[in-house]
Design a protein around this ligand. Structure first.
Ligand code: ABN
Length: 176
C-alpha cells in the first residue's frame, strides 16, 4: 500500500513538473510575444483608408446615371439595362413587349432615404440586347420563390418568348 501511494505521488509530481518547467514557460511566453508582434501585420484597414473606401462606395451608390448598373433602382436586377437598348430604365424599346409576369425587389433610394418596391419586367420579342449587363441581387430569394428570383426569363409567357432587356418600374413606397 505504502509503495503504491509512493508511486502515485511520484507520478503526480512528475506530471506537475512537466507542465510547469522553465522551458515550457519560456516557450509559451515566446509564443505570446510572437503573436503580439504579428498583430500590426494583420490586414486591418487603417482609419483614413476605411473612410475613403466608405466615401467611394457611397458616391457609387448615389449615381444619378440611369444607365449605370450602380443606379439605385437596379439593386435586384439581372439583365441588360433597357436604357442602353433603345428604351429607358422603365420602358421597353420599340418593337419589344413588356412581360406581364415579373419579379420584384425592394431598393433604397439614397436621394430621399426611402425604400421602394420595384418590379423588374423583361422586354420580349427580340434577341438579347447585349449592352449594359447588370447583375445585382439585393434581397433575391432562391428559385422556390419565383417572383423574388431574378434569374428567370420572364418572357416565357409572351407570344414571342425571346428575351431582349430588363426594365425597373417603381410600384410604390415600401412599408406604406
Ligand atoms: N430576367 C432576366 C433573365 C432573362 C433570361 C435569363 C435569365 C434572366
Amino acid at each position: 500500500m505504502q509503495e503504491r501511494l509512493d508511486r502515485l505521488a511520484e507520478r503526480a509530481a512528475r506530471g506537475l513538473a512537466r507542465h510547469t518547467s522553465r522551458r515550457g514557460f519560456l516557450s509559451a511566453f515566446g509564443r505570446v510575444l510572437t503573436g503580439a508582434a504579428l498583430v500590426p501585420l494583420l490586414p486591418v484597414m487603417r482609419g483614413s483608408q476605411a473612410q475613403a473606401a466608405e466615401h467611394a462606395a457611397k458616391a457609387k451608390a448615389e449615381t444619378t446615371d440611369p444607365n449605370s448598373c450602380e443606379y439605385w433602382k437596379f439593386c435586384a436586377i439581372d439583365g441588360f439595362l433597357c436604357g442602353c437598348c433603345g428604351g429607358s430604365s422603365s420602358s421597353c424599346p420599340p418593337g419589344t413587349q413588356q412581360s406581364p409576369i415579373t419579379w420584384i425587389g425592394t431598393c433604397h433610394n439614397p436621394a430621399d432615404g426611402r425604400d421602394y418596391i420595384m418590379s423588374y419586367n423583361d422586354c420580349c420579342g427580340k434577341t438579347s440586347c447585349g449592352s449594359c449587363f447588370c447583375n445585382r441581387n439585393e434581397g433575391e430569394k432562391p428559385m422556390y420563390r419565383l417572383s423574388l428570383n431574378n434569374d428567370v426569363n420572364w418572357c416565357m409567357a409572351n407570344d414571342n418568348p425571346n428575351y431582349h432587356c430588363s426594365v425597373s418600374v417603381v410600384l410604390g413606397v415600401a412599408g406604406k
